[in-house]
Design a binder for this molecule. Structure first.
Ligand code: MTE
Ligand code: MO
Length: 172
């Protein structure tokens, strides 16, 4: 009886916990986050990213010929999944390129972390497996160098900063 009551108390917290990746992790998230599944942060494999609320972005881009349909988890949903409490994301790519993205971008526009283009996985050849994609065609104000620079492809790591100290720099 006591154990059962204890379970009742513990269950809600555990239900909200992050699962553990069962395949190769493709993304790490760290910094000012309050849900982790590893000592230094949160690791995600593709099935975990697929399980988050998804968005679809139909848009022309500087990187692909013609309009394409990009799908993947909403950046806002990813931040909610790790209970991010910060204002800036430092998004780093496999080639060590990085960009600082204000968390406000994810709340202002349905920015996604694209995992697929036209329903097919974003291979490394197609700048995958993860590509920060803004809805350029729906919000023409996004079609500028500022947001192209925040459109990091081959994303491998996101660090959440609680303050603006590291914010909004760009390496180029
Ligand atoms: N992984 C990765 N993503 C990146 C970059 C990069 O070098 N590596 N360059 C960024 C910048 S500064 C811009 S303007 C756009 C467009 O880059 P491109 O002109 O080389 O296609 O992609 C962004 N995303
Ligand atoms: Mo750029």
């Amino acid at each position: 009886m006591l154990a059962w009551l204890l379970l009742l108390f513990l269950a809600p917290a555990h239900a909200a916990d992050l699962p553990i990746p069962e395949t190769d992790p493709i993304l790490s998230v760290g910094g000012a986050i309050h849900k982790r599944n590893a000592s230094n942060g949160a690791l995600f494999d593709l099935p975990m990213l697929d399980a988050l609320p998804q968005g679809e972005v139909n848009t022309e881009t500087p990187w692909y010929v013609g309009p394409r349909s990009f799908t993947g988890p909403l950046l806002s949903a990813l931040l909610d999944a790790v209970d991010a409490r910060g204002s800036v994301l430092r998004v780093t790519a496999a080639n060590s390129y990085w960009a600082d993205i204000p968390v406000a971008d994810a709340r202002t526009w349905p920015v996604i972390l694209a995992t697929r283009v036209d329903g097919r996985p974003l291979s490394p050849f197609l700048k995958g497996p993860l590509f920060v994609m803004y809805p350029f065609d729906q919000y023409p104000e996004l079609y500028t160098e500022l947001y192209f620079g925040r459109s990091v492809w081959q994303v491998v790591d996101i660090q959440v900063f609680a303050h603006d100290s590291a914010a909004l720099e760009s390496p180029n």
